[in-house]
Design a protein around this ligand. Structure first.
Ligand SMILES: [Zn+2]
Length: 284
């Protein structure tokens, strides 16, 4: 699975062409990254381009020597140089990216030729795993303003915790070291609307996965004096409840439970507004 996701041994011609254009087959050392578009992240704890061997780079060793030294260290190459190092930083980076997106000031980090060549050569080190809806209006890399190698994204209609989704997210956390797991619902979700419309009758699997949230939402609406049979009232509540329940489900499962207990992972949920493009937290 790792090789499949990292694309190891399957370098395609476009990537080789990029490297030829660059005149390199390895990413640039930190000193050549100064002009990157990632300057917006200066508020975060900056990471060296390569965590191991950074001292060698600072010592002015030639890049090929640096690379060889690094390779002997057997460590991980981080193509996203400003990768957060804690769950709290990772969440802050996501929310900062969303703020840029919502304000129309997105930076489009990590899209340049160097990043493309680096991730093709060294693989991925995403700092966040995202479970989001397949809805075309809610693409995580755009609405969090992140680049190649930053987000490990699982998308399924209704952002439900289906088995394959959970197993994929587990890979992103356990094997790739994602620091935050973000469950992202969104306004006007067609899958949730379908679940509200068909509840409690037989329906497609991805719709039935949302039924527990619909049940909870109906009870909340009723308790608040509303009409549990009015989709306009139930759908927004069901969208929130589905995120809340999915976060709780994942948090009780391995490897997420242990990672959270050891402060290696933060699991959060939010709902994206199509109107103002911001994400409201529903779990904190
Ligand atoms: Zn949706």
């Amino acid at each position: 699975m790792g090789d499949m996701l990292r694309g190891a041994g399957s370098e395609c011609e476009p990537i080789r062409a990029i490297k030829r254009d660059l005149g390199v087959d390895v990413p640039h050392p930190p000193s050549r990254q100064a002009g990157s578009a990632d300057t917006r992240r200066s508020a975060y704890n900056r990471r060296s381009f390569l965590r191991l061997g950074a001292s060698a780079a600072l010592a002015g060793l030639a890049w090929p020597m640096f690379r060889a030294e690094f390779a002997r260290a057997g460590g991980t190459v981080y193509c996203n140089p400003n990768r957060p190092s804690t769950p709290a930083e990772a969440l802050a980076a996501l929310l900062a990216g969303n703020a840029l997106w919502a304000s129309g000031n997105q930076q489009h980090p990590g899209e340049d030729a160097t990043r493309r060549a680096c991730v093709a050569t060294y693989g991925q080190t995403p700092f966040a795993a995202i479970l989001s809806c397949a809805d075309s209006r809610v693409p995580p890399a755009l609405i969090f303003d992140q680049g190649l190698g930053d987000l490990f994204v699982v998308r399924v209609a209704g952002n439900s915790n289906a088995l394959v989704a959970e197993q994929s997210l587990a890979y992103g956390v356990k094997k790739l070291g994602a620091l935050v797991l973000f469950v992202l619902g969104h306004e006007d979700c067609g899958a949730v609307k379908a679940a509200v419309a068909s509840y409690p009758h037989p329906a497609e699997h991805f719709v039935r996965l949302i039924y527990p949230a619909v049940r909870k939402a109906r009870s909340i609406v009723k308790r608040n004096g509303g009409s549990p049979n009015d989709p306009k009232e139930v759908v927004p509540v069901a969208i929130e409840q589905h995120v809340i329940q999915t976060v709780a489900q994942l948090g009780a499962r391995e490897p997420f439970r242990s990672a959270t207990a050891h402060n290696q992972l933060k699991i959060v949920g939010g709902v994206y507004s199509l109107d103002n493009q911001t994400i409201a937290s529903v779990t904190q």
